[in-house]
Design a protein around this ligand. Structure first.
Ligand code: KG4
Ligand code: ZN
Length: 353
């Protein structure tokens, strides 16, 4: 029997069990991560962040990210096994992010996961990173069940989806240009703040006032798309204008005004979508989901309209492997087939396929 036949047969036997042991790997950007789950219980969640390495360049340098994944991955997996008090023999299924992300970075995780799966003759599941972000919510909230409206807001994606069933997801709005997190990062850079910019803008905004006018794209339009490019450019123009004229400006006010508009757009579209389609639950996914203003405003609006709002814990908003383990479990339960050893990384997978 070939590897893939053995793997699919093993997966078929495991599928209906509630205690499947999954080891998941994530390496799509600048975090090398490994997590272990047994059933719905998270036993280990190790994240080796490269933020300090990339900070001096003002953003992620893909080649440096790949090299550092290579250096970190073995130890990250060993540390996760030690934390879960397990050995590779205890692992039943391996999950790995195959896209979207930086191709070189993805390939490190994919190659490592394929080697593990093949040498152990165990099933391998290929996971879409964005679906992983959504699945992070099932870890802290195991009773969460579709249908719900999901807001995805990360460094690479911004979208609103109807989640009808665990594996039935329909996009009803998305950004037509920049992602929300990308706009946070670019504005932060222009303000001289370190990478990654989202959390830095959030900190600076605490001491600022929303007194600078910001553009509002698609005002009054009846759809759920986003645009962040005009907002980002307006902020950058404001800063350059002041600098050229030698005028003083308050960076905290810029941060607060930008954040208020950027987050306001997310909240407005998500609440309108839930109201339009009559959904009673909103689920937040992705790095921007860690933003406290987003969490406060979304909960406030949710309460006002009698909609329940669910967020992942802060450490599961940004990239991690626990969310990949959670999505691996969902895929197994939904009858997914194993990936073969020709699995490749893919920089540009669609949000859902
Ligand atoms: O989901 P994520 O970790 O990676 C991608 O899949 O892209 O998201 C990273 C993005 C970055 O753009 C980062 O600046 C943003 O999420 N982010 C935040 C916050 N924490 C992370 N944006 C706003 N406020 C935050 N607290
Ligand atoms: Zn991500």
């Amino acid at each position: 029997m070939s590897y893939i036949q053995i793997a699919n047969e093993k997966l078929e036997q495991l599928k209906d069990r509630d205690d499947i042991v999954i080891l998941a790997i994530e390496s799509s950007c600048d975090e090398t991560a490994c997590a272990i789950m047994k059933g719905k219980e998270l036993l280990a969640n190790v994240v080796a962040s490269q933020i300090d390495i990339h900070r001096r360049f003002g953003g992620v340098v893909p080649e440096i990210a790949s090299r550092n994944h290579t250096l970190a991955i073995e130890n990250v997996v060993k540390e996760a096994l030690a934390k879960a008090q397990m050995t590779l023999d205890d692992i039943q299924v391996i999950g790995v992010t195959y896209g979207a992300g930086l191709l070189g970075a993805l390939l490190i995780g994919v190659s490592f996961a394929k080697s593990l799966a093949y040498s152990l003759q165990k099933p391998l599941i290929a996971v879409n990173h964005i679906k992983g972000h959504i699945a992070a919510n099932y870890i802290a909230c195991p009773d969460l069940k579709p249908p719900y409206i999901c807001l995805i807001a990360s460094g690479g994606h911004t979208a609103i989806c109807k989640v009808q069933d665990l594996n039935e997801i329909e996009i009803i709005g998305c950004t037509v240009d920049d992602a929300c997190g990308e706009a946070f990062d670019k504005v932060a850079r222009c303000l001289g703040l370190p990478y990654p910019g989202g959390v830095e803008i959030e900190k600076l905004a605490l001491s600022g006032n929303c007194n600078i006018e910001m553009p509002l794209p698609f005002k009054g339009e009846d759809h759920f798309n986003f645009s962040y490019s005009g907002l980002k450019t307006a902020v950058i123009n404001y800063i350059h204008n002041k600098e050229q004229k030698g005028e003083q400006y308050n960076k905290a006010d810029v941060a607060a005004s930008f954040q208020s508009r950027a987050i306001g757009m997310l909240v407005d579209n998500t609440i309108r979508a839930a109201l339009k389609y009559g959904y009673k639950t909103i689920v937040i996914a992705g790095g921007v989901g860690a933003n406290k203003l987003l969490r406060a405003k979304m909960s406030e609006q949710g309460q006002k309209h009698n909609i329940n709002v669910i967020y992942p814990p802060l450490n599961l908003c940004t990239d991690n492997a626990a969310m990949i383990a959670s999505e691996t479990r969902i895929l197994i339960k939904s009858g997914a087939k194993c990936a073969d050893i020709d699995l490749d990384g893919s920089a540009n997978v669609r949000i859902f396929d």
